[in-house]
Each structure stands twice: as C-alpha cells, then as structure tokens.
Design a protein around this ligand. Structure first.
Ligand code: KIV
Length: 296
C-alpha cells in the first residue's frame, strides 16, 4: 500500500528530534540553512511543526498580523503571552523564541529578566528575542543571559524603534550606517546572544558581516549569505491585505481564499442552500411525536 505524502510528512514530524542550541550551532557549522517562521496561535504552530521548520518566533509582529494594531509598539506582554501559550501547545520540535515587546525590557535589567522569565515559565519558550544593538539592549541581553535564558539579538531595521530610524526602511545603506549595524551585531555577539536577526540591510553588508559573526544569523531582507531565513507567517501565506515589504516572497494567497470561503458561506445562507439535510441531526419519529404532544 502506498503512503499519501501527508502521511509521510506526519511520520517524519513524529521522528524529528527537538531543535536545541547545540543543533542550531551545528547547522551553522555544517552550512545547513536554518528555517524560522513566526507563529501566533495553535493552527500556525501546527503548520510550522508539520512543515518541519527549525525555529518558531512568537513575533511582536503579531501585534499587527493578528491583533490589528497599526504597529508593534502598543502590544502588551500579557497579550503576547496568550499567543505564546497557544503556539507552545501546537509545537513539539522547533526551537521556540518569544519576542519581548516594546516597553517590556528597556527600563532596567530587573524588568527585562522578570519579563523574559514570563515567556519561559508561563509559555514554555526556549529563548527570547529583543531588538537593538546599542549599549542598553546589550546590557539587557547580558542580564537575561546571566539569568539563564538564551537571547536572540536583532539589528538593522528594528520595528519597535522605526520612528527613530526614520520609518520602516532598509538600514546600513551607507558606510557609516553599515558600521553602526556591524557594531550592534558584534556587541550582541559579545554579550552572549546565541543568534542574531539581521533585518532589511543590504545583502553585501550582511555578507561582509557574516565573516565576523560566529553565532547563527537569521536574515529577513538581508540577502542569501545569512545562516537562515525568517518570514512572517501571514506575509508568506498571503493572510493580509497589500503586498508587504520588498523582501517578502508569497507562497500562498490565503486571504483571498478566506474571503472566497466566507463569501460562499454567506451566499449559501442567503439562498438557503445551507444547511442541507446532511448537516442536521435526526430524531426517531416516535420521540418527535411525543415531543410534539408535550409542546401542545
Ligand atoms: O516580530 C517579528 O516578526 C520579527 C521578525 C520579523 C524577525 O521580529
């Protein structure tokens, strides 16, 4: 008997070992591309698990993709923790990273450690991510790592501080700006980050920088030289209106499919084609007649 491809995939998923920090370091050493996606709920986590990705990020991008905020700035830690717990319930093997939202780590080392621990204790995250390569972010990273929680850094376009960066635009496009990105990445590495995200920087800058970074680098809009790539779940599956950033490659158009599905349902309800007899439950004739009598 031949197996359906989805059965083979499900079998492979069952056999896969959980991804660990040593495994991620090994992937870098062996030149095996690292695949990371964001996830924000149980179904997106199940999709990531079944697809066999290596890392899942509960991105603060969820502020926009699933919570409808205009940017990542307003989202609260408690809101992301609800999403994170749902993701955890859907995952077994990918390395799970919780994204510290704006305002949850900048105030002090104590605040940063307390909130990072919530991702680990309340949502079962393996690590956290924070944005920025400046002295404050590096100090927070060092403090959180000192408390026993692995930290992923993030340089280049850091959406939480996009206003200060001049908007949602590529970074490091002059020698001076590229040097700032490099300084941030090297400082995060020095602080002990296990991995760093490069977002929206020129491919050539990323390639040059890779020679100086020993930890796995995950790129988004940073070209092909990084150790892995990440995309936002809703961007890659087209669960959004509009096209998104230049670096997004769209692998499906689920927003169109969702609108088509809901429209078809609405049409069936209005034309009374739904529900059909097969969607209803039956009752024995005798029970029905007895019920009728009781009602009168
Ligand atoms: O929040 C997010 O989705 C991110 C990724 C783009 C890296 O930070």
């Amino acid at each position: 008997m031949s197996s359906h491809p989805s059965q083979i995939a499900a079998g492979a998923a069952r056999d896969r070992l959980p991804v660990t920090l040593p495994r991620l370091a090994e992937m870098k050493r062996l030149g095996e591309p690292i695949v990371m996606v964001t996830a924000y709920d149980f179904p997106s986590a199940r999709a990531a698990e079944e697809a066999g990705v290596d890392m899942v990020l509960i991105g603060d991008s969820g502020a926009m993709t699933v919570l409808g905020y205009p940017s990542t700035v307003p989202v609260e830690l408690d809101e992301l923790l609800v999403l994170a717990r749902a993701v955890r319930r859907g995952l077994r093997t990918p390395f799970l990273v919780g994204d510290m939202p704006f305002g949850s780590y900048e105030v002090s080392d104590e605040q940063a450690i307390t909130n990072a621990m919530r991702f680990v204790k309340e949502a079962g995250c393996d690590a956290i991510k924070l944005e920025g390569g400046g002295p404050a972010s590096c100090a927070r990273a060092r403090a959180i790592i000192g408390a026993g929680i692995p930290v992923m850094g993030h340089v280049g376009l850091t959406p939480q501080t996009a206003t200060a960066l001049g908007g949602y635009r590529a970074q490091g496009r002059t020698a001076a700006a590229a040097t700032r990105v490099a300084a941030g990445a090297l400082a995060l590495q020095e602080a002990g980050c296990f991995s760093i995200v490069f977002e929206a920087i020129p491919s050539d800058v990323a390639e040059l920088l890779m020679r100086r970074i020993d930890v796995p680098v995950i790129g988004i809009g940073a070209g092909p030289a990084t150790d892995g790539q990440v995309l936002v779940f809703h961007d890659l599956l087209g669960i959004r209106e509009g096209l998104g950033a230049r670096f997004v490659k769209r692998y499906a158009n689920l927003q169109d499919e969702m609108v088509a599905g809901v429209s078809a349902f609405a049409g069936d309800v209005r034309s009374r084609d739904y529900p059909a007899p097969e969607h209803g439950y039956s009752i024995e004739a005798q029970e029905l007649s007895s019920f009728r009598e009781r009602l009168t």
